[in-house]
Design a protein around this ligand. Sequence first.
Ligand code: TYD
Length: 344
Amino acid sequence: MRILVTGGAGFIGSHLVRRLLADKDHRVVNLDALRYSGNLDNLTDVSNHPRYAFVHGDICDPKTVEKVFKDHDIEAVINCAAETHVDRSILDPSGFARTDVVGTAVLLEQARQAKVARFLQVSTDEVYGSVKEGWSKEEDALAPRSPYAASKAGGDLLVQSYTTTFNLPAVITRGSNTYGPNQYPEKFIPLFVTNAVDDQPLPLYGDGRYRRDWLSVFDHCAAIEHIFRRGEPGGIYNIGGGNERENLAVAELILKHLGKPMSLIRFVRDRPGHDRRYAVDCRRLHALGWRPTVSFEDGLRATVDWYRSHESWWRKIKSGEFRAYYEQVYGQRLNEGSRFDVQS
Ligand code: TYD
């Protein structure tokens, strides 16, 4: 199958490109705008692969997208291209609606005209909003609370409308918090790992008792591929790791693996609108025959080791555009923040 993966130079996208290429029946075209988190260093091992092609371009541009479909005779789409970081969506929401809503609309329209066999939308559990107790089911009402989550919810609704109106054989995946190698160090785990390596403070928002369900990127991509092959057209599938943890516990584990002191933790002013907990009900995916395989302790240790052995990958990122971003989000917070108190 000739598959278009958008955002294939990003974190989840690059792992997915590699995974799809392992199947001899697939050709993969990666369309990526290479904005701040898109990074061809993530794909050096496959850049000359005979069944792989890279196109530099933006999913929001209909002409670019139309040309990719025509040039490569695309049969299926997996949309990983997105603006994904909540803190950036708080600093500047404008690009989120553009990429996550308009970009999805452009892809859907092209996919409809090309009569693709499959359209898979990579979404997020954040569209359900904060979940006090229990687990979000796929048919639950969407209640996004950050501009990021709202933009992803908008994209999901468009996908559903194309299934209903045009019979587009689309599926939506809603993954939980993903971690692993190659994740841009703005996100919680890679930020904390790389800061700790450098003995820099770890900025923990609020009381640090927020909860996320951690999913290995290897499991996440395996689930996407499984749903791509077997998902019911029009179906929505939650993907959870089954590893719900408090942020403080994750920070402690990272420090333990690195042999660094708890005194690196700083409690800092909270993120506005910070969702307390995400948790998804994955019974539908289990019934489709897939379950996660990576335990959080093993996956986190392997991730910490990857960042330790790939310093040049993240140091290049952290010395660039990232510095201004970091100062904007954390500069004042860290000045006002308080240390972790071993007694508390
Ligand atoms: P993040 O990786 O930004 O994912 P999301 O907010 O989309 O779930 O954050 C994961 C959790 O870690 C979330 O509760 C916010 C928290 N966090 C911090 O405490 N400090 C930080 O510097 C970051 C980036 C996140």
